[in-house]
Design a binder for this molecule. Structure first.
Ligand code: KIV
Length: 268
């Protein structure tokens, strides 16, 4: 007699180990999309990129904790096996470690997600340690940190010696902070490789290096749903934008022709 299949369980942060990858990670903001992605990925991130991708904001700075919680709940409803991580938005954690704890605790309690992510290296290491010691798993995020683009701009990090050294210091501080993983975004390849090799925790690259332990992309970018604004390092695996346009044009043409597709079939 064959034994019944083991019940499916959601991946947890402790399933992410150095050398255990490559880990497949994508952003998700809604229940239907997370349902489609869930069978294929190790980690779903409710990135604060949702401010730009879903809400059309110019940067991520206008995203609120309430938005992150609402979308975190949606992704949890749509997924069953991926580890789910929710970004802490700008202004919800930088003031003090106590403020960070209050925000992270709300996110964890109200969404049921596995972990939070926050941006910053050396400057945030103490806050990460504070959260981790109080039972909140944290993913760090270094390199290009979109919540700081106002000062520095959307450009690759680590391009001169001073920036490279600062990034090495960020990585060293995160390595000691208790974070379970670190996102390295838009960082010169050789430097991202060097950092990934020295980190005792999994590194998740985005425009970084194939030497990272995993990769994350904004899902809409790889599906061709982000219009012309896609970052240079993104490879599109589909071009759904034109297909959506075509389908909607077809629908509009049929309605305008008086066909009202689907009407009259519900009540006989
Ligand atoms: O907000 C986001 O989507 C992110 C990923 C791009 C890493 O932080």
């Amino acid at each position: 007699m064959t034994s019944p299949p083991a019940p499916m369980r959601r991946k947890e942060t402790r399933d992410f180990r150095k050398g255990g990858g490559p880990y497949v990670c994508l952003t998700a903001y809604t229940a239907p999309m997370s349902k489609l992605l869930d069978p294929h990925v190790d980690l779903l991130l409710i990135g604060d990129s949702l401010g730009m991708v879903v809400y059309g904001m110019p940067t991520t700075l206008g995203v609120t904790l309430e938005m992150m919680i609402a979308h975190g709940q949606a992704v949890m409803r749509g997924s069953a096996r991926a580890c789910v991580v929710v970004d802490l938005p700008f202004g919800s954690y930088q003031e003090s470690r106590e403020q960070a704890f209050r925000s992270a605790a709300r996110v964890m309690a109200e969404t049921g997600c596995n972990a939070v992510k926050l941006e910053g290296g050396a400057v945030m290491a103490d806050t990460i340690r504070y959260l981790v010691d109080r039972g909140i798993p944290v993913c760090a995020h270094i390199g290009l940190t979109p919540q700081s683009v106002q000062g520095i701009g959307w450009r690759a990090r680590g391009r001169d010696d001073a920036e490279a050294d600062a990034l090495r210091r960020d990585a060293a501080a995160i390595a000691e902070s208790g974070a379970f993983a670190v996102v390295i975004e838009a960082t010169r390849e050789a430097l991202a490789r060097e950092i990934s090799d020295m980190m005792p925790i999994p590194t998740i690259g985005i425009g970084a290096s194939v030497a990272c332990d995993g990769q994350i992309l904004v899902t809409e970018d790889l599906l061709g749903l982000s219009g012309a604004t896609t970052a240079k390092f993104v490879r599109k695996f589909a071009d759904l934008g034109p297909q959506v346009s075509e389908a909607v044009a077809q629908y509009a043409a049929e309605v305008r022709a008086g066909q009202f597709p689907g009407a009259g079939q519900v009540y006989g």
